[in-house]
Design a protein around this ligand. Sequence first.
Ligand code: SF4
Length: 1005
Amino acid sequence: MASKPLDQALELTAGHDAFNAHPYADFLARMKKPGRYLGGEEQAIVKDHADLTCRFVLAFPDLYEIGMSHLGTRIIYDLVNKAEDLCCERAFSPWSDMEAELRARKLPLISLESYTPLSEFDVVGVSLQYELSYTNVLLNLELGGVPLRSADRGDADPIVIGGGPTATHPEPLAHFIDLFLVGEAEEILPELLRTIGRLRRAGRPRVEILAAAAALPGIYVPQFYRVEVEPRTELQVVVGLSEAGEAAGAPASVQRVFVRNLDDFKFPTRFPIPYAEAIFDRASVEITRGCTEGCRFCQAGMIYRPVRERTPQDIVDAVLEGTDIGGFDEASLTALSTADVSCIDPLIKALVPELAKRRVSLGIASLRAYGLNESMLDEIKKVGIDGLTFAPEAGTQRMRDVINKNVSDADILASAKRIFERGYERMKMYFIMGLPTETDEDVAGILETGRMVRNVARELGLERMPTVTVSVSQHVPKPHTPFQWAAMDSMEDLDSKVRMLRDGAKRAKLGIKTHDVRESWLECMFARGDRRMGDVLETAYQAGARFDGWKERFSFALWLDALEAHGIRPEVYTRTLPVGVPLPWSHLDMQLEPGFLESEYRKATASRVSPPCGKPAGAQVHHTTVEAALSDRKRLVCYDCGVACDLGEMREERIVALRVLSARADLRASEDAETERVAEAAAEAVAASGVADPTLVPLERLRGRMAVSNLADDSAFKHNAEAPFSKVRLFFAKRGTIRFLSQLDLVRIIPRMFRRAGVEIGFSRGFSPLPRMSFGPALALGMGADEDVIDCDLLLERSAEDMAGMLSDADRELIAAELLERLRGAAPPGLILIDARLVAQGERTLGELVAGADFAVELEPDAVGGLNERVQAMLADGNLTITREQRVKQKRNGKRKAVGSKTVTIDLDQRLLSAEVDEQDRLLRFRLRTDIVGANARPRELAALLLGAPVEDHRMRRERLLARSEPDVEDAELVGLRELGGVLRPAHRRQPHGPAIDAAPASEV
Ligand code: SF4
């Protein structure tokens, strides 16, 4: 890995920090999570807009943490940015604090790559994942400076495009989105962007651009279609082309586009590594698209047909590459139903040893209560997973037959037994209530299933009772599914079912989670909505509706008012719909045979199942060995749903996948056997020669320095927690956007840097192992640092010798220099490594050493004149104090709570050691001492006192950390911590060093 020379890296960002160019710099530090708005993350792609055919920004209608976790965002970011003539930047919805600041300051919502307002892009893409994010679609457009309604946009405004699952029933957004991409973006997005970009560069009018887009497959331009109310349903439906649509030659019905072979689009392994903690902060890989199971409520199972699997070798490569490049400690496999992926068993067996080597845990989403054989559960447990989640979806067999859920009570209980026997501590089950034909017995069945699972654990006589949680959501009838015609349960019925479940769960000692009934009801109104719901949406938005999927922000009253204002009768959208009548989404063709959904709906009402398609008739799971797959000649099940799978090719591909994975397993087994043979031979040779291996350290020299781990013997972390380690002190600078990250964020970011550099960090020995790091004094968010410091336990090649005191000073310096070089190549932008040294046994900790720091405040040009004289006069006068109101906390019910406040006065006499103005660099510098008993003065307070005005933290930086030249002499002069080097404790207090603990003083310095 090439690293930027240190001097160059520091110089690039020195002086008045380049970060001040961020349009939100003045108020970012006051936001709840500044990391959401920073940009500049590692692996972010910034292109020069001047050279591009089309500038595209993907505006995700939710917070950064959510959007960054979404696999579709990753796929599109990679897909578009791979094209040299296109760019894809990102923008996310701001939380209320940021929205208020932007409005008050009249600042626009900007992209995170080039800080460009949304209105300046050629195309604004809206990711449509969930109906309750629609108000955020409007929020992003309005704050981004884009007129809300398509009809109000001029030729200079961007073209707004929408894509994602809800673009298959998009009428409520028809007024606001210029065109929808119906289907999978890989097929058409780059071509669409180029078409739009070229026409815009040529100065063509907006309607001409939309007409050109409508000629492409999968593109729906709402203004090209006429709508009327269908009398049989009272819903507004598309009845034909508008005049403009006729002129544009738009198709009467828009067919979904989809990728035939996923391997044509390798899963991206590079993506900006989130600064603010993403909900799923890990290397996730989509292993399949589509699903074989045909659950009748599931829209994804219908609109992502047919099932398409990635080649196993590509999956293994993508997972390992993603974890290595990103330095993640967690990877995950994503599919609509992981257990139904044909090669899942050998795939997990191929992945786990590689991930365990890297101390990376593996998350597996969407498990079913079958197909979990014993060895697979053992493998998953090895990588640190202690709970599993299943989705039986319904509580009785009858109901599972209605929804076509291919799972039985026996499957659920057998899986529970296997899970609990292996020491898993948590099992969570997802259910849906309010399904068509549901009775009270079916609702009670949800609790009964939970109770039976708990009984399995009880009968095993486990030392610790595992937790069993049922998570219950409400059924929302979704377009393009067999249940699209079914009614949504009334809110009263759903409320009473929720109450029944909550009461019952308490009695049965089950954990329970339920979804807000009102949110589900509104989701249904938009899922089956027509263009009139767009008017309701705009009214609710203007009245303040935002983040409707977030409990704390959802206001049902706003929605009721908006519905009333437009004279909407909600039951029109929630009641049973007649089969065979056009619906608001009928003009969008999912390529399913007419009659397929209808026949599934009829089978549901008769409780008849349709066993999974694409599997051998009668089989629940796929074959796990080549032999079994070859010997089974049974035909694969197919219902001719319309997407025309090639079943012969499907069978062949699976056999090839099993062959590849089995060859990989054989190779690995032979490599392991060879490694073992070589180790045995070496040990025998050493024994025969009678000479000890010089790299081995006698155990007694290490005894007492490594506590025994209480982790399970087969845990991937046990070896790590007990391995010899070196304590390393790293000095680094923080420049640019990284200054807005807290120590908590750095606890995630710094271990990633180690992993990327191939350096293993030690983990704590608790049940939730944490990287062993100890920080220097914390800085306020936004404040830069020319010097920060961290101690960490690293498992280096010669750590055993280090712990045994066998390394010379020269050895230690060499090891530290090599380490520093490796880490510089892996450090995230803005974290500039300055120095590294191995901390010797018995040395003082950071907390014992740090006694103060030097700070610099950047001055405005007109603030410099006469300032030094004023500052020197203040120092000469003495008696400087700082007064602040401090909260008083008391412990109540085991928690510390604020009970009032008191006035604290801090005498600066001994604390503020010097201050002077550097007129040339326009800096006010001062030295602050922190090793004095009592409350510490904050740098921001001192700067405000000296300047006579408040100072934003991002205008300040810490230049140097200081320590006493003689640590045991109270008034010893302060010297640079880095120059001081290692200082041993007095002999009587010297202990062999233990794992790093956080030694940072609590106060901010
Ligand atoms: S064509 Fe047959 S196998 Fe393919 S998704 Fe449809 S029903 Fe399943």
